[in-house]
Ligand binder design. Structure first.
Ligand code: HEM
Length: 152
């Protein structure tokens, strides 16, 4: 179904799913055609998730710990762009979509497109990239337990 990345490719941040990573915009093709999530070899760019990191596992994990990682009395937060920018690492990773901010730290290892692409774009409002890669994905449902507040 998809290639298993070699050890080196999994950590380079340049290769996903064992094939070169070329964002749709740079491949010269239109953004919203789902067929463009395949490479020229016809392979999808999904990465191999570690055991225990399926979509079902993610749903189960939601009830097990506080994924927001903020002071509950601050919820929902009002977050500036400058604040958002400060959370851009694998251990502290925030991302906004349409002005709604999510702490996606726990989700990183469950993302079928790999953690690197999320970390690279964290600390920003990534709605355009999100829509470019998978407009059919319902992020509000997947990340409901990670919602922390609004970008102001
Ligand atoms: C944090 C919010 C996000 C969620 C919940 C999410 C969820 C998903 C899901 C469910 C898939 C599998 C899609 C399918 O099989 O149809 C996927 C694949 C993928 N995602 Fe995301 N994603 C997020 C953010 C992003 C962002 C910001 C990018 C790009 C910067 C991205 C790039 C990709 C890529 C390249 C794939 C593999 C494409 C494919 O196999 O067709 N994702 N994502």
């Amino acid at each position: 179904m998809f290639a298993v990345p070699s050890k080196s490719s999994r950590h380079s941040g340049q290769r996903h799913g064992g094939v070169s990573f070329v964002p749709p915009s740079e491949s010269g093709s239109k953004l919203t055609n789902p067929s463009q999530t395949t490479t020229s070899l016809g392979r999808r760019r999904k990465v191999a998730l570690a055991p225990g990191h399926s979509a079902v596992d993610w749903e189960k994990s939601k009830g097990q710990e506080d994924l927001r990682r903020i002071n509950p009395s601050d919820f929902p937060m009002r977050i500036t762009k400058a604040q958002l920018k400060q959370h851009h690492t694998k251990n502290d990773c925030w991302m906004a979509f349409n002005h709604k901010v999510y702490n996606i730290t726990n989700y990183l290892d469950y993302h079928p497109g790999g953690r690197e692409i999320l970390i690279e774009n964290s600390g920003t409002d990534a709605i355009q990239l999100f829509q470019r890669y998978h407009p059919w994905v319902n992020y509000e449902r997947i990340l409901d337990a990670c919602f922390i507040g609004f970008l102001v």
